[in-house]
Design a protein around this ligand. Structure first.
Ligand SMILES: Cc1cc2nc3c(=O)[nH]c(=O)nc-3n(C[C@H](O)[C@H](O)[C@H](O)COP(=O)(O)OP(=O)(O)OC[C@H]3O[C@@H](n4cnc5c(N)ncnc54)[C@H](O)[C@@H]3O)c2cc1C
Length: 370
């Protein structure tokens, strides 16, 4: 049975406001996700929203998925990222995995029994992902040996399965690695500027033996389409998350500007402040429309969806830096103090510039479609 948009939106909003928002500052400060929230999240079904119902997921359409990212983005970037990564990996397994892989992993991912990490970036290769060096070598008929290093991997500290992009003789490929595999070493990366609960890690694979049956797609299948399928979902989710962050900052700023008085006037009534708020609101509206546009291209399985998602991510991640910076500015000194959500969103917004492709990579990729 399909859930009406209104009902599902109410569900997203209520979960976000009641279950996530109370923990958002804690997550940022302590760089961790409370167990209680993880349990609620697993129960909510939101971890497997893009997973088909036959595997226990909610099988949301892309517009509803976007709205979920917007609602969660309004309160907590870390939890929005957790849902993003889980669904990036799930969509790859669902699209390119074989029946055995789907029936083994997707139900566990939908229930949250298995948390996933997407492992592409390496210490020496970030934007230049095509040149990653982690190596996969066949051993006998049914095993691969994996060696290499991955860095800046979200949720590496808690993940149960790692979707690793590695280089085989035939070219790049994608393989599911269980975290319990002998030879895996994870070093936590802490103290990031923003998205501070994302439990990042550097992962070393030392002669890890992986069953050949864990290969997703063929050997040499490449960065495109497998990894790019994940990045496409990631960019779409981030764009919507940016819209959510900006909505909160605009909302808080409007309220503040109508209570704070300077020169005997609510600061809202100073024309230069109205200009700032107007620019914030219009930039935000434009980004939201680009997200809706990208969502409808994804929903229609259009060949152009990739370019539309790039535009949405590029614009929304610039927009959120602008809006959060203006929100901090409008709050004066109180916007610069820890504990004010605009300060947290300002730091989170800067992260959106780099992840899933930097501004420059977006510009280069979008220009190919001009
Ligand atoms: C919070 C966080 C979470 C992350 N999570 C994950 C994850 O889960 N999985 C994962 O695989 N990775 C993850 N990453 C890594 C992220 O994808 C990379 O940081 C990103 O791709 C950029 O790579 P880099 O940091 O190596 O920067 P570099 O690629 O070294 O870029 C440095 C600068 O050079 C510019 N530049 C590079 N090449 C060009 C060019 N050709 N033309 C113009 N300018 C260029 C870039 O735009 C950037 O400004 C995460 C990063 C962060 C911060």
């Amino acid at each position: 049975m399909s859930i009406k948009e209104n009902d599902i939106l109410k569900k997203f909003r209520s979960f976000s406001e009641n279950k996530i928002a109370p923990h958002a500052s804690y997550i940022d400060e302590k760089q961790n996700i409370p167990e209680e929230l993880l349990t609620d999240l697993k129960k909510s079904g939101f971890l497997g929203v893009l997973i088909p119902k036959e595997f226990g997921g909610l099988e949301l359409n892309y517009i509803d998925y976007g709205l979920l990212n917007e609602e969660i983005g309004k309160v907590c970037t870390t939890i929005r990222s957790l849902i993003t990564v889980q669904n990036m990996v799930a969509v790859i397994i669902n699209r390119y995995g074989d029946n055995l892989q789907k029936s083994k992993w997707l139900p566990k991912m939908a229930s949250g029994e298995a948390i996933a990490a997407f492992c592409l970036t390496e210490p020496g290769f970030g934007s230049d992902a095509k040149n990653i060096q982690s190596g996969l070598q066949a051993e006998g008929k049914d095993k691969f040996i994996l060696n290499g290093n991955k860095k800046w991997i979200s949720f590496a500290q808690i993940a149960d399965i790692l979707l690793v992009i590695a280089r085989a003789e035939e070219g790049l490929c994608c393989i599911i690695v269980e975290k319990k595999t002998v030879g895996i070493e994870i070093t936590p990366i802490n103290d990031m500027l923003g998205a501070r609960g994302c439990l990042l890690g550097e992962i070393r694979f030392n002669n890890c033996k992986i069953p050949q049956s864990h290969l997703v797609g063929n050997l040499g299948f490449g960065l495109f389409p497998v990894a790019f399928t994940g990045l496409d979902i990631g960019r779409y989710s981030i764009a919507w998350g940016c819209v959510g962050m900006a909505e909160t900052c605009l909302d808080i700023s409007k309220k503040y500007s109508k209570t704070r008085k300077q020169f005997d006037l609510q600061i809202f009534n100073h024309q230069l402040v109205k200009r700032i708020l107007t620019d914030m609101a219009v930039e935000l509206k434009a980004a939201r429309l680009l997200c809706l546009n990208a969502g409808s291209f994804l929903e229609n399985k259009s060949r152009d969806s990739f370019a539309e998602v790039l535009s949405a991510k590029y614009f929304a991640s610039k927009m959120v830096r602008f809006v959060t910076a203006r929100a901090v500015e409008l709050h004066g000194a109180s916007g610069l103090k820890k504990g004010n959500p605009v300060e947290r969103f300002f730091r989170d917004a800067k992260i959106m510039q780099t992840i899933e492709g930097s501004d420059q990579m977006m510009q280069l990729m979008i220009s190919r479609y001009l």
